[in-house]
Design a protein around this ligand. Structure first.
Ligand code: SF4
Length: 165
């Protein structure tokens, strides 16, 4: 068998390479609010193995994270804390709203809970369910990956305008 000759060459734009790099190294902030957080923790554990997607490193510091997974209901008391953590995350950053409570208050239609975390931070991906299973969270993450790779967030990152979902 002869040795393959020549050198492999990959061509692409720098923008595409940057999108691919961002997609391939999203690091979530360690941040859970209620029962949905248990499913989020299961997603990072060995059975579902989020590390397959370069995401096993849940960061304890928002300074080192670029993905906020809002897993659970958001109380009015917690809302300013959540916003502060979001503000401390460096750009570019993304938010996933995980579960019915985070997305719209769920069954808790009362004065104590925020009726949708998009009132506090901009949400890029909604994952439905009560609670969503780890597969559903992974599906939401992979859809976000696809959007990042497709360049959907480039205008926002470049500061021209916000892209609405
Ligand atoms: S959506 Fe369901 S599982 Fe998630 S925080 Fe609300 S009540 Fe809990």
């Amino acid at each position: 068998m002869s040795e393959p000759s020549g050198v492999g060459i990959v061509l692409g734009t720098l923008e595409k390479f940057v999108d691919w790099s961002r997609r391939s190294s999203l690091w979530p902030a360690t941040f859970g609010l209620a029962c949905c957080a248990i499913e989020m923790m299961a997603t990072g554990a060995s059975r579902f193995d989020l590390s397959r997607f370069g995401m096993e490193v849940f960061r304890a510091s928002p300074r080192q994270a670029d993905l906020m997974i809002v897993a659970g209901r958001v109380s009015q008391k917690m809302a300013p804390v959540l916003r502060q953590i979001y503000d401390q995350m460096p750009d570019p950053k993304w938010v996933i709203s995980m579960g019915a409570c985070a997305s719209c208050g769920g069954v808790f239609n009362n004065y104590a809970l925020v009726q949708g975390v998009d009132q506090i931070v901009p949400v890029d991906m909604y994952v439905p369910g009560c609670p969503p299973r780890p597969e559903m969270l992974i599906d939401g993450i992979m859809r976000l990956h696809d959007d990042i790779l497709a360049g959907k967030y480039r205008p926002r990152i470049q500061g021209s305008k916000r892209v609405t979902i």
